[in-house]
Design a protein. Sequence first.
Length: 260
Amino acid sequence: MIVAIGRALQLLEAASRFLGLKQGFALVGIPQRFLVGSASDRKGAVASNLRFSAAVILLAATALFLRAQSRSEITPPHKQLASFPRQCGPWTGQDMIISRDIVDVLGPGDFLMRTYQDGVVGDPPVNLFVAYFPSQRAGDTIHSPKNCLPGAGWVPLNSSRVEISFPEGKPFLVDRYLIKKGAQRDLVLYWYWAHNRATASEYWAKVYLIADSIRLRRSDGSLIRVTTEIRQSESVDMAQARLLSLLSNVVPALEAYLPH
């Protein structure tokens, strides 16, 4: 019995790490007496029940995830992102080189980094970054820009979510991230895309990843990110309009490159 409990706790800790919960047991609230001995200080019964419920749910998710891992994975074919059109409406793109160091950090996948210009004199370009991961079972999960950008020297100023929509598509939420490096301010919009579903939350993206691994035997997914500099003379909303202008031409074309 003790061995079984220990194994269950190990699985629970693995699941918490998979979901990006760095605090592991402390975050889900597993009582310390189960881990390092008895603790005299007890909290309220309601709080304990809530923590126990969270632990049970996470443990169940872990069991389902491990069951999905034992089944053969389906990796659907897709068009290489390198062949994505350089001309999208009035926007003309130029490829940017992704350094080997960044590719090594990202892990196995298909990546596109391209700068688009709409031809309007004085308008800053828009950088498009698309990362598609055919499989995330080996631990090469999608990295959040909120982790990568500060690591590159950008200081976060504001984070929010906005709803966007395009013709013949349902509205969906994306992350809006305002960052600064020196005197330069940039605006970033990004979201996670998998199996014809968009989500702004990296945690929900991981929950969907587990569910789709079980239901569809697929763990592929992608990140779509656009970035532009905010000129001194313009507002954040004006910079956002520029991002949306490119996205209105890019998103419909991306459907052929990201498997449904």
